[in-house]
Write a protein that binds this ligand. Structure first.
Ligand SMILES: [Zn+2]
Ligand SMILES: [Zn+2]
Length: 230
């Protein structure tokens, strides 16, 4: 015969089933447990009066724990992405730093760093923002190039003005790519010819560029006719 587990009431009309592990908790825990006890309506009400606040606390704690775990996973993922990104930046700077002109067409840079063009473009944008590299177009063939700012970091007080470094890189590009000059000691007239190609011809302008290059240590005069391209 069915009767209340607590008070023994056996009036079938008021008897109810109570889940030993409350259903709201089962849902949160992701479990199914069908064990029940029989209670009369009165005892059932009293039991819930005591149990419900406790269930709420447990559910809140479970929810908090879930959020904490989610946040931990997100920050771990972010950490991994950050360290990958730093690695990719270093790789790009490394490849550029080891290249002949500190300057490389985008496609070639992608090949050398084994990064997809998409990823490379994103990381290069970050490096541009940091003042470590610049984007330019090769004047000989309209190719997208990435150039390394060797000393021209934004936070470097002795930085080379971008215009001077840009011109220097283009002059260097002309000398090594167009003139196919392989030696680092370059005749003065070849440098002047390159400046003319890059900036147009005016005697005083050429003298100006030359003295700027020397001032920032980009070229070094070895004697009156030859320059060492750094
Ligand atoms: Zn119940
Ligand atoms: Zn009862």
């Amino acid at each position: 015969m069915r009767c209340c587990f607590f008070c023994g009431e056996d009036n079938e009309v008021v008897l109810e089933d109570h889940h030993i592990i409350p259903r709201s908790l089962q849902e949160r825990l992701g479990i199914v447990d069908n064990r029940t006890i029989t209670l009369c309506r009165n005892c059932h009400k009293k039991l819930h009066y005591v149990l419900d606040p406790l269930i709420k606390i447990i559910c809140d704690l479970l929810e908090k724990k879930k959020i904490e775990i989610r946040e931990e996973k997100t920050s771990e993922r972010r950490r991994i992405i950050d360290s990958k990104r730093i690695e990719m930046r270093a790789k790009i700077l490394d490849v550029l730093g080891n290249s002949e002109l500190y300057c490389m067409p985008l496609e070639k840079l992608a090949e050398e760093t084994k990064l997809s063009l998409d990823v490379l473009n994103r990381i290069v944008d970050e490096l541009v923002e940091l003042g470590a590299v610049s984007r330019t177009t090769s004047i000989y063939g309209n190719v997208s190039m990435v150039c390394l700012y060797i000393t021209a970091r934004v936070d470097d007080p002795n930085r080379i003005p971008r215009k001077i470094l840009d011109t220097y890189l283009k002059v260097k590009e002309y000398i090594f790519f167009v003139e196919k000059f392989v030696d680092n000691v370059v005749p003065r007239d070849l440098i002047e010819k390159a400046i003319t190609h890059v900036r147009g011809y005016r005697k005083d302008t050429i003298r100006n560029w030359l003295s700027n290059f020397i001032k920032y240590g980009l070229i070094k005069p070895t004697n009156s006719d030859y320059f060492l391209i750094v």
